[in-house]
Design a protein around this ligand. Structure first.
Ligand code: NAD
Length: 434
């Protein structure tokens, strides 16, 4: 089976490599020449555990290639996936579909023989039909169907999520398209991964509804954490007590500085817009977004309060910058809301991240100082903030860290450390909801 993947970012590259691993011949296409050059030189442009080996293996086997050229991959493809970005459109919160529509036009010009064009990007309800309309307009003779196959992989665990998904959602309009997609995903039958076949609109909405629900869980537990701080409760005990109820579940009930990343922020705002446009507001999601923004602001206040109400002239060491561990993705990371605010208020920021520094440099104020050696970062710091819970921060020698610091304030925004342990190391310890 021949597959073309339009867009070779987090989703396109991982999905393309995984489909190749399933045995398909995959061509990953991207407009970014430097990205394609790097891939052709054997370099992986993103940090995703295990992706380098997977790509190398499938390139060597001749099943995975990279190009900027739509020709001849589209003509030869049985299935063409659209996995381009759908960022928030400036000004109105809507998903920006320019990349999807541009890809659809390009695909249309190169189609040859029956082809299924599949939206893998997260797109508003109705997009698959728009893609269908664009292709018909560009190439009235084209023989094709459109389908929707939203992607649920998580960065940092993308390959195992793709290879062992909780579910695969196929939005299709006829048996012919369904058959081809089922054939592509056939290796997953071995592990009995559930395959849910729906109409186009339902498939498009499953993705937004799922992300909005997870974001809601996070905002919910963050509000409960804030309440815990007021009433003297421990949010971990509360979350555990809630999560043991099978109807609620334990996952995504961990408090922190607010959600971020390439999906939740943009997908929640896009869902709000979809609801408004269809006269069916998603008020819970609206509140989720508001609570999330407030949580980031609350973290700034937490740092300020911990430093006596004023961060001006203080040096703060920040552990972790990416929106979560095991990725170099900085998109909408809470650090992008919190650090500039502290810099504006006069703080000096010293920062460390195992993978995110290159991206962070493009997005954070120029004054932020970066360190390769995490221990060196703490020299002379008045306070330390744990922003992202990378595993390598779990086993640090806090006695040595404390001795390097000028102050003794430790603000754990991810509730990774035990209070008694940190007090034992001579810190004044703050966390979230405990
Ligand atoms: N990142 C995730 O964890 C994740 C998970 C599930 C779903 N998604 C969704 O998948 C989609 C892609 O996300 P991503 O994180 O991979 O984005 P990304 O920005 O990492 O990659 C998108 C790529 O598409 C390329 N591109 C843009 N226009 C193109 C065109 N006309 N032809 C060829 N290539 C083109 C860009 O150069 C870029 O390399 C989004 O809709 C996102 O919401 C992302």
């Amino acid at each position: 089976m021949n597959v073309a993947m339009i867009g070779s970012g987090y989703v396109g590259l991982v999905s393309g490599a995984c489909f190749a691993e399933f045995g398909a011949n995959v061509t990953c296409i991207d407009v970014d020449q430097s990205k394609i050059d790097r891939l052709n030189e054997g370099e992986i442009p993103i940090y995703e555990p295990g992706l380098d080996d997977l790509v190398e293996r499938n390139v060597k086997a001749g099943r995975l290639t990279f190009t900027t050229d739509y020709d001849p991959a589209i003509a030869e493809a049985d299935l063409v996936f659209i996995a381009v970005g759908t960022p928030t459109r400036r000004g109105d919160g809507h998903a920006d579909l320019v990349y999807v529509y541009e890809a659809a036009k390009q695909i249309a010009r190169h189609l040859d023989g029956y082809t299924v064009i599949v939206d893998k990007s997260t797109v508003p309800v109705g997009t698959a039909r728009q893609v269908c309309r664009i292709i018909k307009e560009e190439n009235p003779d084209a023989d094709f169907d459109v389908a929707s196959n939203p992607e649920f992989l998580r960065e940092g665990a993308a390959i195992s999520d793709f290879m062992r998904p909780d579910r695969v959602v196929l939005g299709v309009e006829n048996d012919r398209a369904e058959k081809l997609l089922r054939e592509l995903y056939r290796p997953l039958n071995l592990i009995e991964a559930p395959i849910l076949v729906t109409g186009l609109e339902s498939a498009e909405l499953v993705k937004y509804a799922s992300n909005a629900f997870l974001a809601t869980k996070i905002s919910f537990i963050n509000e409960i954490a804030n309440l815990c701080e007021q009433v003297g409760a421990d949010v971990h005990a509360v979350a555990k007590g809630m999560g043991l109820d099978g109807r609620i579940g334990r996952k995504f009930l961990h408090p922190g500085p607010g959600y971020g990343g390439s999906c939740f922020p943009k997908d929640t705002t896009a869902l709000i817009r979809i609801g408004q446009e269809h006269g069916s507001p998603c008020r819970i999601v609206e509140a989720t977004v508001e609570v999330n923004a407030a949580q980031k602001a609350r973290m700034v206040k937490k740092v300020r309060d911990a430093l006596g109400g004023n961060v001006s002239g203080k040096t703060i060491a920040v552990m972790g910058l990416t929106f979560k561990p095991e990725t170099d993705d900085m998109r909408d990371s809470p650090s992008l809301a919190i650090i500039p605010n502290l810099v504006d208020k006069g703080a000096t920021i010293r920062a460390h991240d195992p993978q995110g520094v290159e991206e962070a440099k493009k997005l954070l104020p120029a004054k932020v100082q970066y360190f390769d050696d995490v221990y060196e970062m703490f020299s002379g710091a008045d306070a330390c903030v744990l922003m992202t819970e990378w595993n390598e921060y779990r086993g640090l020698d806090f006695g040595s860290i404390k001795s390097k610091m000028a102050g003794n304030v430790f603000i754990d925004l991810r509730n990774v450390y035990e209070k008694t342990q940190m007090l034992g190391n001579g810190f004044i310890y703050y966390c979230v909801g405990r």
